[in-house]
Design a binder for this molecule. Structure first.
Ligand SMILES: [Zn+2]
Length: 250
């Protein structure tokens, strides 16, 4: 197959998604966007739209040891625990969410995550951007390479790309790495979730002096976000906040 032939399905799919009339994800009515205006207006909003995340460990701000040129430290599990205990008063991570993960917003989020409709991410980004703090970079919640290969795309990365367009200075996307496969969080209680993801993420870039925004699809207990926030502080971030599409309230 020639290169040009290989590109045709991609181009067709792009044109289809961008230009052709489409239908609302929820009601099937003709709509210019992923959701029609009436359905969009009916999505349950999350009130309050922001909350402090209680971290897996006491999450504290401030750059880690070493100057701006020092490599991010390689640390063992025990060293990280000791460092977390040695930190000053916990600095919380504020998480922002737009919708409550309830009917019919749950169907919208699932349609986005498994159907891959980036139009949902664009609608969400346009609405949530105004309430966010100024940031220097976005970090989508990473998926393990194996899961990413199965899924084809990381929903959080699609969201972060859409969101960056609406933020001042169009902050870059940086990458966190999921260092090991973790069990699915569904079905675990908060303690189990925290233990499941502790130390499962790594950020290899320097974040000294940076304000970073973590991006995730659904916020449940915040255990995974807290674990990535911990990695961001370890990499030197000054401030860490988070944003999600929807908040699942147990
Ligand atoms: Zn509709």
């Amino acid at each position: 197959m020639s290169m040009s032939t290989a590109l045709i399905p991609t181009i067709c799919s792009f044109i289809e998604r961008s230009w052709l009339p489409r239908t609302c994800l929820l009601c099937g009515a003709g709509s210019r966007y992923a959701l029609c205006e009436p359905c969009l207006a009916e999505l349950p909003e999350q009130v309050p739209a922001e909350e402090a995340l209680a971290g897996a460990m006491p999450i504290a701000g401030g750059p880690s040891q070493g100057g701006p040129c020092a490599a991010p430290p390689e640390r063992s599990e025990r060293e990280r625990e000791e460092s977390a205990r040695a930190r000053p008063a916990a600095q919380s991570v504020t998480a922002h969410t737009l919708w409550r993960y309830a009917e019919p917003a749950d169907r919208v989020v699932i349609g986005f995550k498994y159907g891959g409709d980036a139009g949902v991410a664009r609608l969400w980004a346009a609405r949530v951007a105004g309430g966010l703090p100024a940031v220097d970079a976005l970090i989508p919640m990473p998926m393990h390479a194996q899961r990413l290969a199965d899924r084809g795309q990381n929903p959080a990365e699609v969201m972060a790309s859409a969101l960056a367009r609406h933020l001042p200075g169009r902050p870059p996307l940086l990458r966190a790495t999921k260092t090991r496969m973790t069990a699915r969080q569904q079905g675990l209680d908060r303690k189990g979730r925290l233990a499941n993801v502790a130390g499962a993420y790594r950020i290899d870039q320097h974040l000294h002096g940076m304000r970073v925004l973590l991006v995730d699809d659904v916020l449940t207990t915040g255990a995974s976000l807290s674990a990535v926030a911990e990695a961001a502080f370890d990499a030197g971030a000054d401030e860490v906040s988070a944003v999600a599409m929807a908040r699942a309230v147990p």
